[in-house]
Design a protein around this ligand. Structure first.
Ligand code: GDP
Length: 312
């Protein structure tokens, strides 16, 4: 038996589910202390599944951030839902997130999406924990009615209000998740591993995040980023240079023009923002080359979806 991991060591997979904007990515980033999933004010930008490994004494959790679960229209969204549901079958625990706070008159409106998610969790037979996010935004006295309203929805192992922003109650949330995981003698992954996504996938995420940040409402969600070149031949211990070439796919010429901007100014801003974050991540200088290409209705092409890592 491994002396480092005595009895009581908990190991397993956790899926974070919830409607878009509930705070999944923020929580994941907070837990991992590293920015690996997209955080933006806009819903539905987290399309690929990012797996991060949370390590603490006595516990190791592999976390899945699920693409926005919602009633889907169109092939891309359907695939996102399928991916999210597929995730459920692979995990030990489901963390279902809802937002803290009550409506007018202290009423708690449980959205249709959350009901549907609770049904799917029930159907999957998985251990489930209800996380009530953004508690920093909701007055204390509103917590009780929220807890009461959600209690009946599923057989939760625990119901934990928390704030990913302030860190309040995160320890309780982690303890509840750990308690629901199976016991094991050894970790699944070496502790130094933060994510199983290669750096080039994170590079694509950073570029797409910058597209969303910089263009705000001008560009719809039909944007994908593919990293075509990731050249580390000039990378050195503690520095050097990494050359990255990324392709931004859009559906229409008008979107391409917006992305390029006047005299290339928009693309330059996107590139600068992404490059600065990549340099911090990689600990090296980054030469980032961005290209924008129009691929009509790319979001309906299944082979492309697969190439981009969405779905199976
Ligand atoms: P996701 O779509 O579920 O991944 O949601 P995000 O993590 O992108 O969060 C959506 C929005 O809620 C962002 O503007 C976050 O800054 C905000 N948010 C997330 N967690 C918290 C929190 O604990 N407190 C507050 N006040 N805002 C939060």
């Amino acid at each position: 038996m491994n002396q480092d991991h005595p009895k009581g060591f908990r190991v397993g997979f956790v899926a974070i589910v919830g409607r878009p904007n509930v705070g999944k990515s923020t929580l994941l980033n907070r837990l991992l202390g590293e920015h690996v999933a997209i955080v933006t004010d806009k819903p539905q930008t987290t399309r690929t599944r990012i797996l991060g490994i949370y390590n603490a004494p006595g516990v190791q959790m592999a976390l899945f951030d699920t693409p926005g679960l919602h009633r889907a229209r169109g092939p891309l969204n359907r695939r996102m839902v399928d991916t999210a549901l597929g995730t459920l079958s692979e995990v030990d625990v489901v963390l279902c997130l809802v937002e803290a706070g009550t409506g007018p008159g202290g009423r708690v409106e449980i959205g249709e999406t959350v009901r549907w998610i609770a049904e799917e969790v029930k159907r999957s037979g998985k251990a489930a924990v209800l996380g009530i996010s953004k508690m920093d935004r909701a007055p204390r006295e509103t917590l009780l009615p929220v807890l009461e309203a959600y209690q009946a929805l599923a057989d939760w192992k625990a119901m934990v209000p928390f704030s990913a922003r302030t860190g309040e109650n995160l320890e309780s949330l982690l303890a509840a998740l750990a308690a629901a995981l199976p016991e094991a003698e050894a970790p699944l992954f070496p502790p130094e591993v933060l994510t199983d996504q290669p750096e080039r996938v994170i590079a694509a995420e950073y570029v797409r995040e910058q597209v969303m940040e910089q263009t705000r409402d001008e560009i719809p969600y039909a944007v994908a980023v593919e990293v075509e070149e990731f050249d580390e031949s000039e990378r050195r211990d503690g520095g050097g240079l990494v050359r990255i070439g990324a392709l931004i796919l859009v559906e229409r010429d008008s979107q391409k023009s917006i992305l390029i901007g006047k005299g290339g100014s928009m693309l330059k801003r996107i590139g600068t923002g992404a490059r600065e974050k990549l340099e911090r991540l990689l600990g090296a200088k980054v030469f980032l080359r961005l290209l924008v290409r129009v691929e009509e209705r790319w979001s309906e092409r299944a082979d492309q979806l697969r190439r981009l890592g969405i779905g199976s």
